[in-house]
Design a protein around this ligand. Structure first.
Ligand code: GRF
Length: 221
């Protein structure tokens, strides 16, 4: 008997390119997951358009996102097994975090635990990475708890920072890696939960990695 797909609900506030990466991944019959609901706190979010185009149920929340009863009812109605925050900019109400403890993931566009926390989103994250002189950045997927960008880290994808990067060029390179990392983590989760996601290797995220593999390489002229 085949195992039913993991039912994934997505929360998104913006354009939804990470949602799109998840939707695209579900075209593979071996994906092991389906996106069953997309919820946004912004009625004009591109993510809602992408969901509707894919025939996925959509819903909106009040703009501050503080509507735990509605969120829990929506997740229950669609039988969500896992909630993924894909560019969701509001704090998830504590009652919802509790109900989905260990079953809610977020993608952040930098290597946590640095460059995260309240107010660290969008351009500001990449600006901070550049200001710190970091040589490596890259997305992090972590479990959501009550604190912004704080829960257990499941997977990260290193992305080189170029000497002439602007926040925009770095954001584009990191976003590209996000689009590989997030589906890889959700696929792994569908196969074997958090343990499978934790055992992912960077090789699973595709050919984004062009970092030196040894210090000798790094120091070569
Ligand atoms: C991504 O960089 C994500 O990591 C961050 O917000 C951005 C959302 O992009 N949390 P999109 O809406 O998925 O295109």
């Amino acid at each position: 008997m085949s195992v039913p797909d993991l039912r994934v609900a997505v929360l998104a506030s913006g354009g939804g390119s990470n949602l799109q990466a998840l939707l695209d991944a579900t075209h593979d019959p071996e994906a092991g997951f389906s996106v069953v609901l997309v919820v946004s706190n912004r009625a004009d979010a591109g993510a809602l358009t992408r969901a509707a185009r894919a025939g996925v149920r959509t819903a909106t929340l009040r703009e501050d996102g503080q509507d735990p009863g509605r969120l829990l009812a929506l997740f229950a109605e669609c039988g969500a097994d896992l909630v993924v925050l894909a560019g969701y900019l509001k704090l998830v109400p504590t009652a919802v975090v509790s109900a989905f403890r260990g079953r809610m993931l977020n993608i952040h566009p930098a290597l946590l635990p640095a460059f995260g926390g309240p107010g660290m989103y969008g351009r500001k994250v990449h600006q901070a990475v550049l200001a710190a002189g970091a040589r490596v950045s890259g997305p992090t997927v972590h479990v959501v708890d009550e604190v912004y960008d704080h829960g257990r880290i499941l997977a990260q994808c290193p992305v080189p920072v170029a000497a002439d990067d602007t926040p925009e060029t770095l954001a584009a390179r990191v976003l590209d890696a996000e689009h590989r990392l997030l589906p890889a983590v959700v696929r792994a989760w569908a196969r074997g939960g958090a343990a499978a996601a934790l055992s992912l290797r960077a090789a699973a995220f595709g050919p984004s990695l062009s970092l030196p593999t040894t210090f000798d390489d790094a120091l070569a002229p």
